[in-house]
Write a protein that binds this ligand. Structure first.
Ligand SMILES: *Cc1c(COP(=O)(O)O)cnc(C)c1O
Length: 388
């Protein structure tokens, strides 16, 4: 124990139990779990089919194929499209490593593209920059993977306008974004990969993911690949894999899906309050929405004093996280061997040093939001006065 006084209020970063308790969904989840246990069918049953139908409808699309994780859905979508050894897929330099790993797992090479200008107030400063796609194109390029990071949709129209004439597939990584772009739901496009990792806006009680697509052939191929390459038991048409969203998770997700829009609305309220209270603080850049309706999976500040801010906030009882502290190309997984252009990826590296995620979520009461705001205001002023 240190001699420091303990802060009066603690704001944890996120706890799914709080979300469930605050919204009364807990008992419904319990009921769903018991129902599945009693029914005795745990894989590829009625719960999976029902959730797939509901989630496709939510996205405004024809097909949903749910699999074992968000990494797997992007991997399987690329695999089903025939992407493999010798191919290249354009990915953002600033993302969670899973976006790159999905490409690498097919044998293809992820080709990173930097985000937009760090001075840009909108989310372009941390999202894939469509203006940089052309420079990343080679004869081996097969697909582009825009990642709707932190719940902010990438500017998709210019991405599509680039991809189409070059015959490239667009595979959206929407693990963090059940959002809208120019009035359209993310997931209403050709092929979008979602994650139901517990901490995502729609989280299971374990791993899960889904591809939502307008393409019946892709959906059919994904159903084959996720189940050992078999449509019928022991009739293996090709070398597939095992990646299935189980009945328990499907039932839990069906219970939670009707709450998702209200939860995202609450995230937006909190983001708006953070934005109005924190804009203009010295040494801090607050995120803004732009052409899109973000769902604020994370609320991410940028500051050259990130580590100092984070320490001060911890002392004030406010837990923060960093998404992500090491740029993917600089991580042990890709360093040295990775597809990093000459001159490196300075924007991704800078973001890794500056980003700071504040607590946000449907469970967070107004009082907690105000505690976070007061703590950030005071930490920012202190950090600024300390100088570089
Ligand atoms: C969470 C996440 C994934 C992977 O999802 P899992 O379900 O954890 O495998 C992929 N991409 C991004 C951007 C993510 O945030």
């Amino acid at each position: 124990m240190t001699g420091l006084p303990r802060p009066a209020v603690r704001v944890p970063f996120h706890d799914l139990r709080d979300v469930h308790a605050a919204t009364g969904v807990e008992s419904e989840i319990g009921g769903a779990l018991l129902r599945v246990a009693a029914r005795g069918r745990y894989l590829l049953g009625a719960e999976l089919a029902a959730f797939e139908e509901r989630f496709a409808e939510y996205c405004g699309n024809a097909h949903c194929v749910a699999v074992g994780s968000g990494l797997d859905d992007a991997r399987l979508a690329l695999w089903a499209l025939g992407v493999g050894e010798g191919d290249e897929v354009i990915v953002p330099s600033h993302t969670f490593i899973a976006s790159w790993l999905a490409v690498s797992a097919t044998g293809a090479t992820p080709v990173p593209v930097e985000p937009g200008d760090p001075g840009e107030p909108g989310p372009g400063a941390f999202l894939l920059d469509p203006d940089r796609l052309e420079a990343a194109l080679t004869p081996r390029t097969r697909a582009v993977m825009p990642v709707h990071l932190y719940g902010h949709p990438v500017d998709l129209d210019p991405v599509g306008a680039f991809a189409e004439p070059h015959g490239l597939a667009v595979v959206e990584d929407a693990a963090q974004a059940t959002a809208r772009y120019r009035g359209r739901r993310i997931g209403s496009g050709h092929r979008t990969a979602f994650s139901f990792y517990p901490g995502k806006n729609l989280g299971a009680l374990g791993d899960g993911g889904a591809v939502v697509t307008s393409d019946p052939e892709l959906a059919d191929r994904l159903r084959l690949l996720r189940n050992y390459g078999a449509r019928e038991k022991y009739r293996h048409e090709e070398r597939g894999t095992n990646s299935r969203l189980d009945e328990l998770q499907a039932a839990v997700l069906s219970v939670k899906l009707p709450y998702l829009d209200a939860w995202n609305t609450r995230r937006r309220e909190i983001a708006a309050r953070y934005g109005e209270a924190l804009a203009g603080l010295p040494g801090v850049t607050v995120p803004e929405g732009r052409v899109a309706e973000p769902v604020w999976h994370q609320y991410v500040l940028r500051s050259p004093y990130r580590d100092r801010l984070r320490r001060r906030l911890a002392e004030a009882g406010v837990e923060t996280l960093v998404h992500y502290p090491v740029a993917v190309h600089a991580s042990g997984a890709y360093a040295g061997a990775g597809p990093c252009p000459a001159g490196g990826l300075p924007r991704a590296e800078r973001l890794a040093g500056e980003v700071l995620s504040l607590p946000i979520g449907p469970h967070l009461p107004d009082e907690a939001v105000e505690v976070v705001i007061a703590a950030v205001q005071s930490a920012a002023l202190d950090s600024w006065e300390e100088g570089p």
